[in-house]
Design a protein around this ligand. Structure first.
Ligand code: UDX
Length: 437
């Protein structure tokens, strides 16, 4: 099928490459010329495992191209909207500027029977509003809301092998003509047995925000338990292991630490609260305010623990921060807890050096005032304390004996609870985890 993908960021670039991999003829469109130049040369404009290999593989087939010209969407049967929905400045609500302009921009290029497929995370009600607009221009075109659940760091496999498809169509019916077309787009995955649910527009939009809210709640739940563990002298990691063995609860997303960040969870729960308020249902989501507050408290707690570890004062202390990305296997620093903690420590008088295998360029753009060093050993030289804030494998695998020769003082704060405390203590380190004795 001929497919256009509007928006080539973390979501769209991967989606375009994966659609081409599935055999479709795809054009990726974005207003950012730099991004389009990189993608056209089969280079990923951001770090995502497997993406660059996939770009090279599919571009050799001639099935994938990129352009800044929206007119290239003409002739495609299916148009995916993959643009960002960031948090509005100074407000909790989502900024729909990009979704709206991508949709309006597409209107002149639509033909009867075309499908517009929204993948961006939007406030409930957006799809119906856009659907009405589209139908006014082209009555025989249809809008489907088809939320994307991919995780950064696993985006390629999550797109090629999703755990479910959700199609939100205007009448919520399996018989809607859009269903058969989207089934054709995803035929490879569907043939492998991936479940597919057809819903109405608002349900499909809510599936995404509900899923992200649940995940955020799970993380904040275990981080609240970490606060209690700290007060009671208990170990949150063992607590999580034990409650996670109940398969009604499950162990996934129960890793206590400095909390969630990234381009999705934080802004999605805020936009969800804002939208609930507009709908007069704000009480239903009051708990998300607490989820957000618990999450932000972990960052403050980390700064306090660092101060304790540095004998009560951060002033002039050399602190090495391992990790800048919001999670490993990504170079994304949007709302990264690691970077926000690093910046706080610096503000409070510490001399902070941040290292990360992939995210330093993005981090330096976001916080130019911090000092960055790509080499882990060099970053740790003469450190008074080391903070592990993003759990990259290479930091988890550090040898506490060898690392001891590099730093000034053997103090480590494990913001992700991934190090073996016994091993580090045996090597002479003062080890502190979050929610652990
Ligand atoms: C998330 C959702 O998982 C995905 O389905 C959705 O499409 C987009 O948002 P992503 O932002 O890539 O994906 O990251 P995710 O793996 O969910 O992690 C989010 C944050 O939670 C990270 O900062 C991570 O470090 C943190 N986290 C995750 C924890 O603190 N503890 C955990 O147990 C799990």
């Amino acid at each position: 099928m001929r497919i256009s993908v509007i928006g080539c960021g973390y979501l769209g670039a991967v989606h375009a490459a994966c659609m081409a991999k599935l055999g479709h003829e795809v054009v990726g469109i974005d207003v950012d010329e730099r991004k389009i130049a990189e993608l056209s040369a089969a280079r990923a404009p951001f770090f995502e495992p497997g993406l660059e290999d996939l770009l090279r593989e599919v571009q050799e087939t001639g099935r994938l191209s990129f352009t800044t010209d929206l007119a290239a969407a003409e002739g495609s049967a299916v148009h995916f909207i993959c643009v960002g929905t960031p948090q509005k400045k100074g407000e909790n609500a989502a900024d729909l500027t990009y979704v709206d302009s991508a949709t309006f921009g597409l209107l002149p290029y639509l033909s009867p029977g075309d499908l517009i497929v929204g993948k961006s995370t939007v406030p409930v009600g957006t799809a119906t509003r856009l659907s009405n607009l589209i139908q006014a221009q082209e009555p025989d075109a249809h809008l489907v809301w088809n939320p994307e659940f991919l995780r950064e760091g696993h985006a390629v496999s999550d797109t090629l092998h999703p755990d479910r498809f959700v199609y939100g169509v205007a009448n919520g019916s399996e018989e809607h003509p859009a269903v058969a077309i989207l089934d054709e787009v995803y035929s490879t995955s569907l043939a492998l047995g991936t479940p597919r649910l057809v819903t109405d527009h608002p349900t499909a939009e809510l599936v995404k925000t509900a899923a992200n809210s649940f995940l955020a709640t799970k993380i904040s739940f275990i981080n609240a338990m970490a606060e209690l563990c700290e007060a009671a002298g208990a170990d949150v990691t063992r607590l999580a292991d034990a409650i996670g063995m109940d398969d009604r609860i499950g162990r996934k997303f129960l890793n206590a630490g400095i909390g969630f960040g990234g381009g999705c969870l934080p802004k999605d729960i805020r936009a969800f609260m804002a939208r609930a308020g507009e709908l007069g249902a704000d009480q239903a989501l009051t708990f998300l305010r607490e989820v957000d507050a618990i999450n932000m408290r972990r960052r403050t707690r980390m700064v306090e623990l660092s101060r304790e570890l540095c004998d009560g004062s951060l002033m002039g202390k050399r602190i090495t921060v391992l990790g800048a990305a919001f999670k490993p296997e990504s170079d994304d620093v949007r709302d990264s807890p690691a970077l926000s903690i690093a910046a706080q420590l610096q503000l409070q008088g510490a001399i902070v050096t941040v290292t990360d295998p992939k995210a330093l360029a993005n981090a330096a753009r976001r916080f130019p005032e911090l000092h960055y060093e790509p080499d882990t050993d060099k970053a740790a030289e003469r450190a008074d304390a080391v903070l592990l804030l993003t759990e990259w494998k290479e930091y988890q695998n550090l040898d506490p004996y060898e690392f001891a020769h590099i730093v000034s003082s053997l103090r480590i704060l494990d913001g992700r609870n991934v190090l073996d405390a016994t091993k580090w203590r045996a090597a002479g380190w003062t080890y502190r985890g979050l929610g652990r004795p």
